[in-house]
Design a protein around this ligand. Structure first.
Ligand SMILES: [Zn+2]
Length: 397
């Protein structure tokens, strides 16, 4: 069965599709045009208006945005659990202006100042291409949901705020975003964001430094504490592991003023939610200790305010999970060795899984993403197209 459907992947049509999609500008928050492109192509292929809708995820986004997530529901022509195929439709801003050109085995942007946009137009093209092929050839398929989230690149915003009830209760979910088409990502880390405000007391640094409380001295003590006790950078405590990083520091205006405020931003990652909470706690304690112990001549101390925001929760799928089994079988059905991987970054799959829709993520030929060196490996993308079509038709079993 699967070998039959993969022959229906028209290589020229698949490459044309992704090149057209990469040329459409659509950074996070500005997905209107690429959404319109996808909708037009589906309608031309015969998808009814009633199958196509947008949710209101952009209204819950910190950045607003032109459109919500695009959700397309195709009724099944045969019985079976509903399958969801997804790929985020935004790109990083560097891809705006991309002029995709084919260069042998690779596609790159002719404009050396832009990235290509294979992240993630290649993933969205895998999903769209599978649907177009199914519709064009009237292939038998179970109920399908096509899901094109917005604003992945600015913190998985579309997947986070998706109206889950609109997805049609999918039982097997497949996401395309990444490089190797035969690698199934079945787990990813969780990530917390920390906003740290350190408050001291200003005074003249020459005339009355002893009246001031230096916010940067507080921050410095806290950072020294964290690094000396192994809570900054790579963290290993017994069998628990994680990472943390202070990636932003800002404060001060003049050398003759005792600095009264410093702003820091940090992140804490771990696959173990409890351990991640311990990392955050270590930050809280280090900064509070440092604030309390930094006093002026009058005995006044500084203070800190730490706000923690969960960016996404960690997840790990069993290899027995139906979407994982199906993904691995589909990879093998096209003659590639299937692999699973756990990664230390976040994916839309983190949020889908947290919403109760376990999601496996496969690659689609991306390379050098988020840089002007970005390319798309054509054969990797085509393999992903074949795997996508097999999964859309439930042809792997
Ligand atoms: Zn991506």
């Amino acid at each position: 069965m699967s070998s039959d459907v993969t022959q229906l992947v028209n290589e020229k049509a698949a490459v044309d599709l992704v090149m057209q999609m990469m040329a459409v500008p659509g950074k996070s928050g500005q997905e209107g045009r690429i959404a319109e492109f996808i909708v037009e192509r589906l309608k031309q292929a015969g998808a009814p208006d009633s199958a196509i809708s947008f949710d209101s995820a952009h209204k819950k986004s910190h950045m607003g945005g032109e459109v919500g997530n695009l959700i397309v529901k195709l009724p099944g022509t045969e019985r079976g659990p509903r399958r969801l195929l997804m790929g985020h439709m935004d790109t990083v801003p560097l891809c705006v202006g991309s002029q995709p050109v084919r260069n042998g085995a690779w596609i790159r942007s002719k404009d050396p100042e832009t990235a290509l946009g294979g992240d993630n137009r290649a993933g969205a093209a895998v999903v769209l291409g599978a649907a177009l092929t199914v519709l064009k050839h009237s292939l038998p398929h179970p109920p399908l949901t096509l899901f094109f989230p917005i604003q992945e690149e600015v913190g998985l915003v579309g997947a986070r705020h998706v109206t889950g009830t609109r997805l049609g209760k999918p039982k097997l979910c497949f996401n395309w975003d990444g490089g190797a088409p035969n690698v199934a990502v079945i787990g990813a880390t969780g990530d917390d964001h920390l906003d740290i405000e350190v408050y001291g007391l200003a005074s003249h640094a020459g005339a009355h430094p002893e009246d001031g409380v230096s916010a940067v001295a507080i921050a410095g003590k806290a950072i020294a504490d964290l690094t000396e006790n192994g809570w900054h950078g790579l963290i290993a405590k017994g069998r628990k592991a994680g990472t943390s990083n202070i990636g932003f520091v800002k404060g001060g205006e003049a050398t003759n003023v005792v600095m009264n405020r410093v702003t820091l931003r940090a992140e804490a990652r771990s696959h173990d939610p409890k351990f991640r909470a311990r990392i955050v706690d270590a930050y809280r304690r280090a900064f509070e200790r440092a604030a309390k112990s930094t006093r002026n001549a009058g005995g006044e101390s500084g203070r800190v305010e730490i706000t923690v925001r969960d960016k996404y929760e960690a997840f790990r799928l069993s290899t027995e999970e139906p979407c994982v089994k199906a993904a691995l079988a589909a990879v093998e059905s096209i003659g590639m060795p299937a692999e699973t991987r756990i990664i230390n970054g976040g994916l839309d799959a983190n949020w889908l899984t947290a919403h109760g829709f376990p999601t496996v993520t496969l690659g689609c030929g991306q390379a050098g993403i988020h840089t002007v060196e970005e390319t798309l490996f054509v054969e990797g993308y085509l393999q992903a197209c074949r795997i996508g079509l097999v999964l859309a038709c439930a042809g792997e079993s």
